[in-house]
Design a protein around this ligand. Structure first.
Ligand code: TYD
Length: 204
């Protein structure tokens, strides 16, 4: 049986990393093999691209193309083989992040991103996407508490993150079957209860 593909999304600081390991362990406890990975990254070439993307100023379309280049590699080497082998894939970000950050945050025409999506992974979308949703002010407070050296995206202002968040919310409204919106302002324990329900549903 094909594995399930789960992605985690949200503005920087919303706390998805806090829940990543717990979700992986919960899936493992349900008897599924699971691979934990991330974007941009997940492969040796993808991790090299990640370093450039997080540090190097570049044209918006270059940034978008490199996100999809890393993704192409990630699909080929990690995501598709794992799913075919029946392994579940848990990815810290995927194509929704390109819509939110390059489309919403930076203002790239969403149709261009749709074309790249159709090119790079036609017919493939996550089985479930968990969007950790938080006010941009609270996300910024959490980022400042957690990260000593903010990267190129984390240095953006509140307006940028408000646009990123708006695209996540719009996509959650548009794809209610796939995208689960998580109120990331709740306690970790309460968030886990919500996650537990979503994972159980997907296991059935
Ligand atoms: P993330 O792993 O959340 O950062 P951290 O390791 O600091 O928790 O993601 C790295 C950054 O890449 C994040 O700021 C969002 C950005 N990003 C995009 O702009 N577009 C994309 O398509 C992806 C996958 C990530």
């Amino acid at each position: 049986m094909r594995g399930r593909f789960i992605t985690l999304e949200g503005v920087d600081g919303a706390g998805k990393s806090t829940h990543m390991d717990w979700i992986a362990r919960r899936i493992g406890a349900a008897g599924k093999k699971v691979v934990v990975t991330r974007e941009p990254g997940g492969t040796p070439l993808g991790e090299e691209l990640r370093k450039l993307l997080l540090a190097q100023p570049m044209h918006l379309e270059t940034e978008t193309l490199l996100m999809f280049a890393a993704r192409r590699e990630h699909l080929d080497r990690i995501i598709l083989p794992a799913l075919a082998a029946g392994t579940w894939v848990l990815s810290d970000r995927f194509t929704d992040a390109t819509f939110a950050y390059q489309g919403g945050g930076r203002g790239l025409n969403l149709e261009k991103i749709e074309r790249l999506e159709d090119w790079v992974h036609p017919g493939l979308e996550p089985d479930m996407t968990l969007v950790f949703d938080l006010s941009v002010e609270e996300a910024k407070r959490r980022r400042l508490a957690a990260s000593a050296a903010p990267d190129r995206f984390e240095q953006e202002d509140l307006d940028f993150f408000a646009r990123v968040r708006a695209v996540y919310l719009a996509r959650a409204a548009r794809y209610p079957q796939r995208i689960r919106l998580i109120d990331a302002g709740q306690s970790v324990a309460d968030i886990r209860k919500v996650l537990e329900d979503h994972i159980i549903t997907l296991c059935q």
